[in-house]
Design a protein around this ligand. Structure first.
Ligand SMILES: Nc1ncnc2c1ncn2[C@@H]1O[C@H](COP(=O)(O)OP(=O)(O)OP(=O)(O)O)[C@@H](O)[C@H]1O
Ligand SMILES: [Mg+2]
Length: 273
């Protein structure tokens, strides 16, 4: 398996890569190439920050990692994505199961505003018809809300509307909703972009707790956040045709102190993007 650049010398054992993109190219309708030829490995139980300018293809890459991308009209991918060594795009792979194993919190995720907090958490389970397995919704919800560090704030108001929570609480509710289906990998797309500094720090602490159990890939525009929460950082950049490319992936400390590529250095020092 080929890790990008620094990861080779970082001694990440092969078996630890939980998610791996191989020659992954991602297209929108009309065969418009958005992200080209990404080769990248995400080690198990680590946080990888995905950084890069607006339009570089960060969200597109994230959505291709759990087969949500293909739900867009005319969208397609080439190449593969291995989850524990098995191609999620291979014949026989079940996209519904893939999306359960690789959960996602979307950019601008919001709870269903008029649905109760409790029902918001278990919404994904109901869609999967998984509530007939003897597990009570309240038990599943409590576990997920505890994991999302929201339980203490909502345990007495579970029947209130999701829309009645603060922005930071809503964000954690969306994380709880993603965790309730018990994924193995969690994709977070700008989980804190709309939050104040205190809520942001809460989510960052939460990410550090969740990584004990999950492999996390988190898009962020916030360099300090990438530095604070991630073990690895991947830099994406659009080329002269606007096609997103992975420039490098390395331990976060390396990216921020001695990036291999001049374009990475220019970006993190604010010279463009
Ligand atoms: N549904 C879509 N149909 C067609 N093109 C799309 C679609 N979504 C995104 N794109 C295009 O794909 C490219 C990458 O977009 P993407 O949203 O992945 O960027 P991003 O890095 O997440 O940007 P931002 O930081 O602004 O969220 C852009 O050129 C965008 O216009
Ligand atoms: Mg985006």
């Amino acid at each position: 398996m080929s890790f990008q650049t620094e990861l080779d010398s970082f001694d990440v054992p092969e078996a630890k890569a939980q998610v791996e993109a191989r020659s992954l190219s991602i297209y929108y309708r009309g065969k418009k190439l958005a992200v080209s030829d990404v080769n990248v490995a995400f080690p198990r139980k680590t946080v990888t920050a995905l950084i890069g300018p607006s339009g570089a293809g960060k969200s597109t890459l994230l959505r291709a990692l759990n087969r949500i991308h293909e739900l867009a009209d005319g969208a397609s991918v080439e190449g593969g994505v291995l989850l524990d060594g098995t191609d999620i795009y291979g014949p026989g792979a079940d996209p519904v199961l893939v999306r359960q194993r690789i959960g996602m919190v979307f950019q601008q995720a919001t709870p269903f505003p008029t649905m109760s907090i409790l029902d918001n958490v278990t919404a994904g389970l109901r869609l999967r018809g998984a509530l007939g397995n003897g597990l009570k919704p309240i038990e599943i919800a409590e576990k997920a809300l505890r994991q999302a560090a929201l339980w203490g704030e909502v345990k007495d108001v579970l029947q209130r509307n999701g829309g009645s929570l603060s922005g930071g609480q809503q964000q954690r509710l969306c994380i709880a909703r993603a965790l309730a289906v018990e994924p193995e990998v969690l994709l977070l797309d700008e989980a804190t972009s709309a939050l104040d500094p205190i809520s942001t720090l809460q989510i960052e602490e939460l990410i550090r707790q969740l990584v004990e159990e999950y492999t996390i890939i988190a898009v962020t525009h916030n360099m300090q956040q990438a530095a604070r929460v991630s073990d690895f950082t991947a830099f994406l950049l659009g080329d002269e045709h606007g096609v997103g490319r992975l420039i490098e992936l390395a331990p976060t400390n390396t990216i921020f102190t001695k990036p291999a590529d001049k374009r990475t250095e220019d970006y993190i020092t604010g010279r463009f993007g």
